[in-house]
Design a protein around this ligand. Structure first.
Ligand code: AVJ
Length: 307
C-alpha cells in the first residue's frame, strides 16, 4: 500500500473525515493552483512579490557568502523566486538552488524558468515531500538558506507547524539561515474572499483531489455530488476548506466502502494566518533565533529570517 492510499483510507475512515492537503498537487492540481495565484482575490503571491521586489537586496546582504545553497521547500513553478535569486546571486560567488516539490511536472517548469531567467546559478531540482527531499541533500558542507515561502507553513495545523520548525532547526548547521514566508491576519473578509470561490477555480482545485483518488486508487467518487466550502475564523486565524457531500452516498476506494451523510464534510485544507506574536512564540518554542522580518506596504504578508 503506498502513502497516498494509506493516508486517504485513514483520513476518510475517521469520525470527522479529512484528507491531507499535500495530495492536491498532482500535475492538474499544481496547474489549477497557478490559476488561483492569478485570481485578483488571492492576494498572497502579489503581497509576497512586493516583499521580494523591495527587500531582496537587504535580505541578500544578510545572506552574503562565498558559496551558498538555497533549498526551497515546496518551490512550485519558481515564478516568484526569479527576482530574489537574481539579486542573491550578485552577493554569492557560487549559488546552487535546490527547488524541492511534490509535483514533478511543476519542478520541470521551475527548472526551465530559472535556467532561462537566472543563468548564473546552478539548479538541482528534487521531487518528493519536505522530509524525504531534505534528507537527500543533508551531506553537503556548504552554508545554506532554507526557504519556505508562500505561506505553505499555513497548511500545518498548529502543533504540526511546531514539529516542522523543530525539524528545520535540527537540520540547520551553524551559519545556516531559515527564511519563512507567512500570510498575516488581516480583515477577515479579505481572507474569506481569497479562499471562498468567486470564479469556481478553488472549487476545481478542491474537487480535483476526488478525481485524483478516483484515478489513482480506483475509487468511484461522484465528483458532482460534492461542493466546495471555505471559512475563516478571525480569532483562531484558520482558513479552512471542506468538501460537502450533497446527498447520502457511498464511495468505494480499493474495496473499502465509505458512507457520507447529506451535508457531511471532508476537511481538505487549513491555511493558518499568523501575527508576529504567534510567530515569535513558535520560533521560541522551536529554538529558532529571530533575526529580522520584512513586510509589504499593507502588512498582508511577512518574510522572517531566522538564524
Ligand atoms: C499553497 C498552501 C499556500 O493555503 O493559501 C490556495 C493553497 N488553497 N487556495 C494556501 C490554497 C486554496 C495555498 N498554499
Amino acid at each position: 500500500m503506498n502513502d497516498f492510499e494509506n493516508d486517504v483510507l485513514e483520513g476518510l475512515g475517521r469520525k470527522i473525515k479529512s484528507l491531507p492537503s499535500k495530495y492536491f498537487y498532482d500535475s492538474e492540481g499544481s496547474r489549477i493552483f497557478q490559476e488561483i495565484m492569478d485570481m485578483p482575490e488571492y492576494y498572497l503571491p502579489r503581497a509576497e512579490m512586493e516583499i521580494i521586489h523591495n527587500q531582496s537586496e537587504q535580505i541578500s546582504q544578510k545572506l552574503r557568502q562565498q558559496e551558498l545553497d538555497v533549498i526551497e521547500l515546496g518551490a512550485g513553478d519558481g515564478r516568484k523566486m526569479v527576482h530574489f535569486l537574481r539579486v542573491l546571486s550578485r552577493h554569492v560567488r557560487s549559488l546552487t538552488y535546490f527547488p524541492l516539490d511534490i509535483s514533478e511536472s511543476i519542478l520541470r517548469e521551475n527548472e526551465k524558468l530559472i535556467k532561462g531567467q537566472v543563468p548564473d546559478i546552478q539548479i538541482s531540482p528534487l521531487v518528493g515531500d519536505y522530509f524525504q527531499t531534505l534528507q537527500q541533500i543533508r551531506e553537503r558542507e556548504i552554508p545554506r538558506v532554507i526557504l519556505f515561502a508562500g505561506s505553505n507553513i499555513g497548511n500545518f495545523p498548529d502543533s504540526r507547524a511546531l514539529v516542522f520548525l523543530e525539524m528545520v532547526k535540527r537540520e540547520m548547521k551553524s551559519g545556516d539561515c531559515f527564511l519563512l514566508g507567512v500570510d498575516l491576519k488581516k480583515h477577515p473578509k479579505m481572507i474569506w474572499d481569497a479562499y471562498s470561490d468567486p470564479h469556481g477555480i478553488t472549487a476545481r482545485f478542491n474537487l480535483n483531489l476526488l478525481k485524483r483518488i478516483n484515478r489513482e486508487l480506483d475509487a468511484d467518487f461522484e465528483v458532482s455530488a460534492f461542493d466546495h466550502f471555505a471559512t475563516y475564523h478571525p480569532l483562531t486565524g484558520a482558513a479552512e476548506s471542506f468538501l460537502v457531500s450533497l446527498k447520502k452516498q457511498k464511495v468505494n476506494i480499493r474495496g473499502k466502502e465509505f458512507e457520507f451523510q447529506p451535508n457531511e464534510v471532508i476537511q481538505t485544507e487549513i491555511s493558518q494566518k499568523y501575527d508576529e506574536e504567534k510567530l515569535m512564540e513558535l520560533a521560541q518554542s522551536s529554538g529558532l533565533t529571530w533575526d529580522s522580518s520584512y513586510s509589504d506596504s499593507q502588512s498582508l504578508f511577512s518574510w522572517v529570517l531566522f538564524k
